[in-house]
Structure formats: structure tokens, C-alpha cells
Design a protein around this ligand. Structure first.
Ligand SMILES: *Cc1c(COP(=O)(O)O)cnc(C)c1O
Length: 221
């Protein structure tokens, strides 16, 4: 077994333990394996070990790696977890199955146009900047519920969930709790929260998917 495969199994075991401790149904949390910066050769053993859901943060990098892998593993589910520029909406809609980073009107409009043009059944999440960090993508928490509503009513987008990346130096718990509260208010079911350092905490706060990179693939260069 490669190191990444061993670490994949370890992360999956810890997810199961966290589900049990939070009195959640076993298997109710989806593991999104974040493969950004890692090559197709690094990813293949993890695919062969059965992992099918992956996250990438750049459209171009994902385009270079995933079409070939998908020919061998057609049941892959690919999540875009990085900021989306509107001039990349066409490529993103063609390649990804879930876009987790809808965070402004212009992107919502571009995605709606491309989803209709390409007849793609994409899943969409709204990214919320729970810490209101100026350098970070995501809609402000106080605007999130109204933005989900506009995505639905103005753009016809079926938003399924919310996603957040808490500030690096803060206790993530209050950010996860805020995302859960906003999801309830907005009437969406999916909560993408938790990364290598805090995915067990996120599961305790109701995460339906966790995005784990370095704990599986190792540290990024
Ligand atoms: C890189 C990244 C992750 C994974 O981070 P790790 O700490 O390596 O698990 C999760 N979410 C987003 C949005 C990322 O960009």
C-alpha cells in the first residue's frame, strides 16, 4: 500500500469514529479527497483503493489531470473548492460535478447560463466567508440567506448546500455552528466544512462532507 492509501484508510476510520461519537449515521459524511497540487500518478492509487470523490481548487489544473483519470474511473465525482472566475465558468461546468464556491451574483448568472447551454445537472453550494476575512472568497454571513434565495429565484439555480473555510488561527467550532445555522435559515441540506486539522470537529457540528487533503496525500510543496 502507498502511504496515501494507508492515510486514506486512517482518515475514513476517524470519520466513522466521529460519526459515531456525534450520534450520526455511519456513512452519512462524504469524504472529499483534496488532490490539488498532486499528480495523476499520486491520485491513481487512491482511486484504486475505492475513493471516488475528489476536490480541486483550480480549473486549469483539474482540466490537465481529470479527463484521463475519468476514462478509467467514470464514476468519479469532482468538486471545485477554489474561487471561480466568470471567464472559467464554461470549463468549470463542463468538468466538475459539484461547484462549492458560488459566492457572487456574476458567478451565479454565468453558471446559470452555462448549465442551461451544456444541459449539465450540476450540484451547487454557496461559499460563506464566516470570518469576514478581506482576503478570503465567499459571501458575507449576513448576506448569505438572501443570496441563496436570489440564486434560486433570479437565476434558477438549485443550491444544495453551504461551504466555509474558517480563519486559520481561530477555533473553528463557532464558524461551523454559524454555517449550520445559515443553512437551516436558507433551507439547504448540505454542509461542506472541515479540513485535515478539524474535520472531526466539523462532523460534530453537522458537516455532511469534509474536504481532506494533506492528511491523505501528505504536505503540499
Ligand atoms: C486545500 C483545501 C482543503 C484541504 O486542506 P488540507 O488542510 O490539506 O486538508 C480544503 N478546502 C479547501 C477549500 C482547500 O483549498
Amino acid at each position: 500500500m502507498t502511504n496515501a492509501v494507508e492515510q486514506l484508510h486512517a482518515v475514513k476510520a476517524r470519520i466513522e469514529t466521529a460519526e459515531r461519537e456525534a450520534k450520526r449515521v455511519t456513512g452519512s459524511v462524504t469524504l472529499v479527497a483534496v488532490s490539488k497540487t498532486f499528480s495523476a500518478d499520486d491520485i491513481r492509487p487512491v482511486l484504486e483503493a475505492g475513493q471516488r470523490v475528489f476536490g480541486e481548487n483550480r480549473v486549469q489544473e483539474a482540466q490537465a489531470k481529470w479527463p484521463a483519470l475519468r476514462e478509467v474511473f467514470p464514476d468519479i465525482e469532482l468538486h471545485l473548492i477554489g474561487p471561480l472566475q466568470s471567464n472559467k465558468a464554461k470549463e468549470a461546468v463542463a468538468l466538475f460535478d459539484v461547484i462549492e464556491t458560488v459566492d457572487r451574483e456574476k458567478i451565479a448568472a454565468e453558471l446559470a447560463k452555462e448549465i442551461a447551454r451544456q444541459s449539465r445537472a450540476l450540484k451547487l453550494y454557496v461559499q460563506v466567508n464566516t470570518g469576514s476575512e478581506p482576503q478570503k472568497a465567499g459571501i458575507e454571513p449576513r448576506e448569505a440567506v438572501a443570496f441563496v434565495k436570489r440564486c434560486r429565484e433570479v437565476h434558477g439555480l438549485a443550491i444544495e448546500g453551504l461551504m466555509c473555510i474558517p480563519p486559520a488561527e481561530e477555533n473553528p467550532g463557532p464558524h461551523f455552528a454559524l454555517l449550520e445555522k445559515l443553512a437551516r435559515e436558507a433551507g439547504v441540506e448540505k454542509l461542506s466544512m472541515g479540513m485535515s486539522g478539524d474535520y472531526e470537529t466539523a462532523i460534530a457540528f453537522g458537516a455532511t462532507s469534509v474536504r481532506v487533503g494533506s492528511a491523505i496525500f501528505g504536505s503540499r510543496a
